[in-house]
Every structure is written in structure tokens, then in C-alpha cells.
Design a protein around this ligand. Structure first.
Ligand code: FES
Ligand SMILES: [Fe+2]
Length: 392
């Protein structure tokens, strides 16, 4: 299949992106990171939350975005609109709140009590008549925000709308059950590794049999000893793959119970036959989601510096834990996720130490690591286009 879409064609041919080795400096060089920061991070739409976190007017979450040196308040206003407000008082910059989330009817600055509405407007300021500025010019600064499939995205310097940015992935995201989620479990980690090295670990299955010999039982074995995906597709900046499941997988009774409780009526209704039920969806630059219908596993990786990142893993659910079995199933899902992830962390950091030593000029991706190669190709293209545009 070859359909033109954006800068790179939609393709399922592994060698469409070439076969050459990749410069190792992309994973530690601060100059390259600075180019990525400006070209990729400041201009990309990034998932930072879900509408279920903002159920009511005044609900807010705070997000620290290190690559932009920004603290953002994602707020549902009295008018129902979601906005991304800079957590920086327009008087002299003081951060309005250090609370990670909550509900407020106004945001008051602790320094001189300037008070802002949930839409960012300056509502009141003590002795304001003595200032040389109008209240209308003192609203909190905003960052672009939009929602697709229930997921909240922000962009510091948008070059296009969220839907244009997502392209063909828009429909896919809207079809996936994550839009109906009402709650989630979250696991946040910091890691001493470049964001691409961290993210790539979750784009390839080559390591499963060595790093997860016990926990990845359902994903390796039989005539697919490495658990490679059944198919993949490169879709402009984004990509998908279809997860392969071992039909003879060695499920323990507790795993089976967890799966059947977490995905109710799985067998009766054939939920796994729903669109995208076996798909892995990756949105450039840092997001992927497993689209299974009972819960949506989502993971994104934010850079903190060239050699440090933060990952956010979430399992989204619909409805509350109405029974002990569902509660068990959800806890089991999260515990399994943490188990598998803890097996990955050490090997990713070991990779970073080797790369940061400067010993290597290049690294290598094989045929089945094409999603990793695609990420690098899109980053390279985006940086090149930025350099051309700005004359850097
Ligand atoms: S810095 Fe916020 S009111 Fe003065
Ligand atoms: Fe892994």
C-alpha cells in the first residue's frame, strides 16, 4: 500500500525508509537536542491529559513542560471550554499555584493578589488604578489546546490545527474507546535516557524474549519467537502496528480472570473484532496507545534534557470499580504494566550510558525495527525543514 499523505507516504514496506545506520549523536548531543526542541517539540501537538480529568467548570490540572520551561494550567472554564493557561501571573510572573490538580472558581496570585478567572481574564487587582496598563491586557497567556477522542493536546507554536496535524489518525483516534473513558490509573517515571531511546524501546519487540521472558508470554512464542507485529503502517509523521498474540500463550488463571473482567463480555460480543482492537497507534513525536476496547493503554515520553526524560503511562477505563473482580482486574493490569516497565528501565539507561560515552558513531535498526527508523526519519525531516525555514 502506498498512499501519499504529508511528508512521508503511507507505506507498509520496511525498506521504504532506507537501511543506513543512524548517527549516535542524536541521542546525547545537546546541539541536536536544541534543534529538536525548536523544530519538533515547540511545534508538535502533544497529549497532556484527558477530558475526564476536567469534569466540571473550574477543574484544572497543572503540567510542567520542561522543554518549554513552562508550567501550564489546563482549565475547564465556566463556559465549558478547555484552555491551557500559563501558570505565570501577568503582574510580575509569580506562579499562581503549585497544586497538581483541583477545582477553583478563580486563581489568585499569592504575591499581590491579582485574581484571574477560569478563562484567564484578570478579574481584580488591589489598587489597580495606580497601574499604567488596562485589565484587558493582563489576561493569563495561553497555549493552543484542542481535544480529539477525549484526549487533550497542546501545542506551543502550532503550524496547523490538531486535526490537520493528526491527518488520517484523527478518525482512528475518534473510533477508539478512550474517548469514553471516565477514569484512569497512572504511572509516571523519570529516566536517565534520551526521549527517543526511551520511546523506541516500546516501538520494537526484538527485546521481548530477552528482557521479558516471563511477562511477555502472550506476545512471543510458536512460529513468532520474537513476537514481531502482524503488520505495520507508516502514516505521514505517525505510524501503526498490529499486535500479534500467541494463540498458545501460557496464561495463568489470574491473568485470564483479569482479562475477562477488564474486558467484559470479551468472548460473547467479540469485542476484539472491533475496529483497531489489536492496533498500536503512535502519534509523532512521543505518544502511543494500545487500542484494545476494554482499557486503553497509553504511554508518552517528554524530554527533560538531551539525556533525561519523563514517561507517563496510563490505563484508561470506563466506569468505576463496581465489583471486587473489576477492581482486581484493574490493579492487576497496572501491576503488570509496572512489572514490565521496571524490566525495561535498566536496559534503556544502560543504552544511554553507552551512547553518551561517545564510543559509537552509529546505531543500527533492522527490518522489524522500522517504527524506530521512521521516528528518526521524521525527526530528521522536521529538523531539516526548520533549518531551511529559519536559515539556522
Ligand atoms: S506577581 Fe502576581 S500579583 Fe504581583
Ligand atoms: Fe520492553
Amino acid at each position: 500500500m502506498n498512499i501519499h499523505s504529508g511528508t512521508i507516504e503511507v507505506t507498509d514496506e520496511p525498506e521504504a525508509l532506507g537501511t543506513e545506520p543512524i548517527p549516535a549523536r542524536y541521542y546525547y548531543d545537546p546541539e541536536w537536542y536544541e534543534l529538536e526542541r525548536k523544530a519538533v517539540w515547540m511545534r508538535s501537538w502533544l497529549n497532556i491529559g484527558h477530558v475526564c480529568e476536567l469534569p466540571e467548570a473550574g477543574s484544572f490540572v497543572r503540567r510542567e513542560i520542561e522543554f518549554a520551561n513552562a508550567s501550564l494550567l489546563i482549565v475547564r472554564g465556566k463556559d465549558g471550554e478547555i484552555r491551557a493557561l500559563h501558570n505565570a501571573c501577568t503582574h510580575r510572573g509569580t506562579q499562581l499555584t503549585s497544586e497538581p490538580c483541583g477545582k477553583k472558581s478563580t486563581f489568585s496570585c499569592p504575591y499581590h493578589m491579582w485574581t484571574f478567572g477560569t478563562d484567564g481574564a484578570l478579574l481584580s487587582a488591589p489598587d489597580f488604578e495606580r497601574f499604567y496598563v488596562e485589565k484587558d491586557d493582563c489576561a493569563l497567556r495561553q497555549v493552543a489546546v484542542d481535544v480529539c477522542g477525549g484526549l487533550i493536546f497542546i501545542c506551543f507554536e502550532p503550524q496547523q490545527s490538531l486535526r490537520e496535524y493528526l491527518g488520517p489518525m484523527t478518525d482512528m483516534l475518534e473510533q477508539v474507546a478512550v474517548g469514553q473513558a471516565t477514569t484512569y490509573h497512572e504511572y509516571v517515571y523519570e529516566i536517565d535516557a534520551n526521549w527517543k531511546l526511551t520511546y523506541d524501546n516500546f516501538q520494537e519487540n526484538y527485546h521481548l524474549r530477552f528482557i521479558h521472558p516471563r511477562s511477555a508470554q502472550s506476545g512471543i512464542g510458536g512460529d513468532n519467537p520474537f513476537g514481531y507485529p502482524s503488520s505495520f503502517s507508516l502514516v505521514g509523521k505517525h505510524r501503526t502496528q498490529t499486535i500479534w498474540t500467541n494463540p498458545d500463550g501460557d496464561f495463568t488463571p489470574s491473568t485470564l480472570l483479569a482479562f475477562t473482567r477488564a474486558v467484559p463480555r470479551l468472548t460473547q460480543d467479540g469485542l476484539m473484532e472491533l475496529p483497531h482492537a489489536r492496533d498500536y497507534m503512535a502519534l509523532f513525536p512521543n505518544f502511543f496507545m494500545l487500542c484494545n476496547p476494554g482499557n486503553n493503554f497509553l504511554h508518552y515520553v517528554m524530554p527533560i534534557s538531551a539525556e533525561k526524560s519523563r514517561g507517563v503511562i496510563r490505563l484508561y477505563w470506563k466506569g468505576e470499580d463496581e465489583t471486587a473482580s473489576v477492581r482486581y482486574a484493574r490493579e492487576f493490569g497496572m501491576a503488570t504494566t509496572r512489572d514490565i516497565h521496571s524490566e525495561d528501565v535498566n536496559v534503556i539507561e544502560a543504552g544511554q550510558r553507552g551512547l553518551s560515552s561517545g564510543a559509537l558513531e552509529h546505531i543500527h535498526f533492522m527490518e522489524k525495527e522500522v517504527l524506530c527508523r521512521h521516528l528518526i526519519k521524521v525527526v530528521e525531516e522536521t529538523v531539516e525543514a526548520y533549518k531551511e525555514e529559519t536559515g539556522i
